[in-house]
Write a new protein. Structure first.
Length: 337
């Protein structure tokens, strides 16, 4: 049996170079794949710069990096300390960078896995997570909105659609008006791309009517569309001040993920007078985790939940459920004693 496919070349060969003389259709798909890879590297650019600065300071080579170099780097991150998710993201950046440049990645080494196991044990597996709100807390925040204003209409639709659709904030800001299909039974949202769907295959979410108009994500989204006055372009946008107080004008500029997070925090973490409620620390991610947590508590099957969240495994449902309160969520309270 030939060992050619396992031989590491003397000189690095960029990803796809071995197929550079392939048929035109293959080359076209290679180009599309590399464009996606370049976007991944761009997303990791801050992490790669951090690793590069570390190597420069210590006189180490960042590319190709030795396993010992990466081990020192993640140990330094853990000592700061950085969160486990942050350290793993840095490792993913280093791995992807080596892969695209044709170098063997040090990230998959068994020695590094042992270091990461130690870091995990030391830092602890429980990370700071977005908390889940209750339906009543969401309704209370909706009641405080002034829906006679443009901002109130937008934020009402944003909160309700975000929750009922179990949306990530990146998905909310990427929505276009033409992604929405209203039917008698539900609003169907056609997602072209998401965090777990990078290939661009359309995924659908169904958002249903609610009994009360003020809390109905479908009718509130319709009301916001009427305010927008157009049938194409971004759905959730920033506003510019109008001539009449409270009647701001929608722009064509999408809300940023950061702004979505700020709006969720503004409406869910403050009282009617605008004062921060100390015990509340909800974020945009709470829209998604609250959908999952409430669905689990109401006995919905993982299959039904995944139809909306588009998560791939049951383990992700467990990870996103906020059922850690040992008193509130415990089978021992229903033993019939």
């Amino acid at each position: 049996m030939s060992t050619e496919i396992t031989r590491i070349p003397a000189e690095p060969q960029p990803l796809g170079s071995q197929l550079s003389t392939a048929a035109a259709n293959v080359a076209r798909y290679i180009k599309a794949g590399l464009e996606g890879a370049d976007n991944t590297v761009l997303a990791y650019s801050a992490d790669l710069k951090s690793f590069g600065d570390f190597c420069q300071f210590h006189g180490l080579n960042p590319l190709p990096a030795e396993v010992a170099t990466v081990a020192r780097y993640v140990a330094d991150l853990a000592d700061i300390p950085r969160k486990l998710s942050t350290i793993r993201r840095h490792l993913a950046a280093i791995h992807k960078h080596h892969q695209l440049r044709g170098y063997p990645s040090p990230v998959r080494a068994e020695e590094l896995a042992l270091v990461m196991e130690g870091i995990t044990r030391t830092l602890g597996k429980r990370q700071k997570q977005a908390p889940a709100f209750t339906v009543e807390e969401l309704k209370e925040s909706i009641r405080r909105l002034d829906v006679t204003t443009t901002a109130g209409l937008r934020d009402q639709a944003l909160l309700l659609l975000g929750f009922a659709g179990a949306f990530r904030r990146s998905e909310l800001v990427a929505l276009d008006v033409e992604h929405l299909e209203f039917t008698e039974r539900a609003l169907i949202v056609h997602l072209a791309k998401s965090k777990t769907n990078q290939a661009g295959e359309v995924e659908d979410k169904a958002v249903f009517y609610a009994a009360t108009a003020a809390f109905c994500p479908v009718r509130c989204t319709r009301a916001w569309l009427q305010q927008l006055g157009r049938d194409t372009g971004p759905l959730f946008v920033s506003l510019k001040r109008g001539k009449v107080k409270g009647q701001a004008l929608p722009t064509l500029k999408r809300l940023s993920p950061l702004r979505v997070n700020e709006l969720v925090q503004l409406h869910l973490n403050h009282d009617e007078d605008g004062h921060k409620i100390p015990e509340k620390n909800y974020s945009a991610h709470s829209l998604r985790v609250s959908f999952i947590t409430i669905s689990v508590l109401r006995g919905q099957s993982n299959r039904f939940i995944k139809n909306q969240t588009k998560q791939k495994t049951d383990a992700m449902i467990d990870r996103y459920s906020r059922l850690d309160d040992v008193v509130s969520f415990n089978a021992a309270q229903n033993l019939g004693l």
